[in-house]
Write a new protein. Structure first.
Length: 73
């Protein structure tokens, strides 16, 4: 699949092809993460349920760091 970089205000944007939007079940307002892998870019849809879980995990890991370390011994 190929697309073009376009000027959007003072930024640059990429238009995702309809085929890709349909395959990934994307819709207006969905959020994506962008990762740089060497000279490539990877886009990943953000899963809100996973984000909630990850936030809770990070908080518990911070709050109970000493307890978790003691349990691991």
């Amino acid at each position: 699949m190929e697309t073009k970089i376009r000027k959007v205000g003072n930024s640059l944007g990429v238009i995702l092809p309809k085929q890709l939007i349909d395959e990934l079940h994307l819709k207006t307002g969905d959020r994506l993460t962008i990762e740089r892998k060497g000279s490539n870019l990877e886009l990943h849809p953000i899963d809100p349920e996973f984000e909630e879980w990850a936030k809770a995990y990070r908080q518990a890991n911070t709050d109970y760091k000493d307890v978790l370390k003691a349990l691991a011994e």
